[in-house]
Design a protein around this ligand. Structure first.
Ligand code: CAA
Length: 253
């Protein structure tokens, strides 16, 4: 199954995650396919900026695929986090060209973590953002405990993670989670406008600036998060959290 649609409109490329029936949730195939497309775009000379968007008008990405990891062991949980971060999230953060997330609806869990890996974020008025993993008996496992804190600071990041609160676009703008707010119809146009503001700059400067900006951050927290994320797969609370999601009920911890 092909889950990524790539549209190259030099100097911009648009990657659309096309798994609308599952609100574009990130299963292993989506992650691998996105990763492979990014490799192609990184070496494509005509492409200067990449935009990532979700298919449909309901979700950017509603998280990692809960059904896929529902029965994972501790080792598989840690591996899920490690492989995802290596293949996609860290790749995006360290990409040589600017990447913009166009958040066109729900960006939850792994979906918000994907947007946080991108260098900039634009969001539509219907966007809803959050890291609800603690409500599932987990923690964010694709870098959220590190990148959300770096992006919006400890006060709001801690609240969002510990409460699993889902925030709207106005609050996201207020706390600096997104760069630009847009109507749903104009979202891609808004993302392209931001992309166009980068394209006349020196590509080598952009690559170097991204490298230097990333140097501000310690990588060890990402590895620590992978291990802690994995450990939670061995708990009865994880089993309850995932069962509750699959049975469409509230968990009882
Ligand atoms: N994984 C797998 N399937 C998902 C999904 C996910 N993260 N999010 C939504 N879906 C599926 C639903 O199961 C449903 O499928 P069925 O029709 O087969 O039941 C379909 O997408 C449509 O979703 P809903 O019926 O739930 O739509 P809704 O409008 O009632 O609710 C929602 C939308 C609030 C986003 C709700 O789908 C939801 O809460 N999704 C899960 C969000 C979440 O917890 N994300 C974090 C995942 S864990 C994670 O990301 C770990 C990590 O850090 C690595």
């Amino acid at each position: 199954m092909k889950y990524i649609k790539t549209l190259v409109e030099p100097p911009i490329a648009i990657l659309k995650i096309d798994r609308e029936t599952h609100l574009n949730a990130l299963n292993i195939d989506v992650i691998q396919q996105l990763s492979a497309e990014l490799d192609i775009l990184e070496s494509l000379e005509g492409v200067r900026v990449v935009i990532i968007i979700g298919a449909g008008n309901k979700a950017f990405v509603a998280g990692a695929d809960i059904k896929e990891f529902a029965n994972y062991s501790i080792e598989q949980g840690e591996d899920l986090s490690k492989r995802g971060q290596d293949a996609l999230f860290n790749k995006i953060e360290n990409f040589k060209k600017p990447i913009i997330a166009a958040i066109n609806g729900y960006a939850l869990g792994g979906g918000l973590e994907l947007a946080l890996s991108c260098h900039m974020r634009v969001a539509s008025e219907n966007a809803k953002m959050g890291l609800p993993e603690c409500s599932l008996g987990l923690i964010p496992g694709y870098g959220g405990t590190q990148r959300l804190v770096r992006t919006i600071g400890r006060t709001h990041a801690t609240e969002m993670i510990l409460t699993s609160r889902v925030i709207n676009v106005d609050f996201a703008e207020k706390i600096g989670l997104i760069n630009v707010k847009s109507s749903q119809e104009e979202l891609l146009k808004t993302a392209k406008k931001l992309a166009t503001s980068c394209v006349n700059n020196s590509p080598k400067s952009l690559e170097t600036a991204i490298k230097c900006i990333n140097k501000n951050f310690d990588k060890s927290g990402l590895i620590f998060e992978q291990k802690e994320f994995g450990q939670l797969f061995g708990t009865s609370e994880f089993a309850e959290g995932v069962s509750a999601f699959l049975e469409k009920r509230k968990p009882n911890y």
